[in-house]
Design a protein around this ligand. Structure first.
Ligand SMILES: C[S@@+](CC[C@H](N)C(=O)[O-])C[C@H]1O[C@@H](n2cnc3c(N)ncnc32)[C@H](O)[C@@H]1O
Length: 231
């Protein structure tokens, strides 16, 4: 059975605080992914692994209709506090089918920094393809393979489960390390069409808040983000 990679209890609370202001999440991943999303006004969007609801809040502010799912009850509490009743939020293990959703129920799906936690990735992608309408879009961000290589060493081509400390605290998160060709290959094999790939740099505002992090993230890639189309 796949291991449980949802961020439970204290790890959930720690991630909720981290995601709010972290140079990585707030200033690098989220702005890049929201730029890839473009105009979402009126779109039905599935937030896959919605965490503390930071994406849901941004998507709602841009006029989307949001459904968010996550496997952590702790993080869903944070998400509910953030967006109230404005988004449909549900506890769901992404190793299982998205049986709460009809075929073609969504115009778009955001899968931010969760793909690398999932074991049954081919099944999740098949499910995302099912619940997206033809022509719908899928955004996926993940840990940059070069960052994982730099951090964990060994072979760039390693495909294994590794533990990454979260923001210098006592908690570690478990993720699947994989080279670029595996990450992209899995998405293409699932039948999605690549529209754009970006290696996000931090937004300029980070320079004032945390110059050292800004300098680091403009030189060392932390994430990859792709926009795909469901044919
Ligand atoms: C790095 S956080 C990203 C959260 C959010 N997308 C964001 O960017 O702020 C990863 C999220 O994936 C969730 N997650 C990991 N494995 C999961 C699983 N098998 N089922 C559901 N959620 C899972 C965690 O609970 C956590 O909320």
């Amino acid at each position: 059975m796949p291991g449980d990679t949802a961020y439970h209890d204290a790890l959930g609370d720690r991630f909720a605080a981290h995601a709010e202001t972290s140079p990585y999440n707030a200033f690098t991943d989220r702005p890049a992914m929201l730029a890839l999303a473009g105009d979402v006004a009126g779109a039905r969007v599935l937030d896959v692994g919605c965490g503390a609801g930071h994406y849901a809040a941004e998507l709602l502010a841009r006029g989307a209709e949001v459904t968010g799912v996550d496997g952590s009850a702790a993080l869903l509490r944070h998400a509910r506090a953030r967006v109230g009743g404005r988004a449909a939020l549900r506890l769901h293990d992404l190793e299982e089918p998205l049986d709460f959703a009809e075929d073609a129920a969504f115009d778009g799906a955001v899968c931010a920094l969760v793909y690398h936690h999932v074991t049954r990735r081919a099944r999740l992608l098949a499910e995302l393809r099912r619940v997206l309408r033809p022509g719908g879009w899928l955004l996926v961000s993940t840990s940059h393979p070069a960052a994982d290589w730099r951090h964990f060493g060994g072979s760039y081509y390693s495909e294994d489960w590794v533990e990454l400390p979260l923001g210098g605290g006592p908690h570690a998160i478990r993720l699947r390390r994989m080279p670029l060709e595996t990450f992209l290959g899995e998405l293409l094999d699932a039948g999605f069409v690549l529209e754009r790939l970006v290696e996000p740099r931090p937004v300029a505002a980070l320079r004032e808040v945390d110059p050292a992090a800004y300098d680091k993230l403009t030189r060392f890639p932390a994430f990859l983000a792709v926009r795909l189309r469901r044919p």
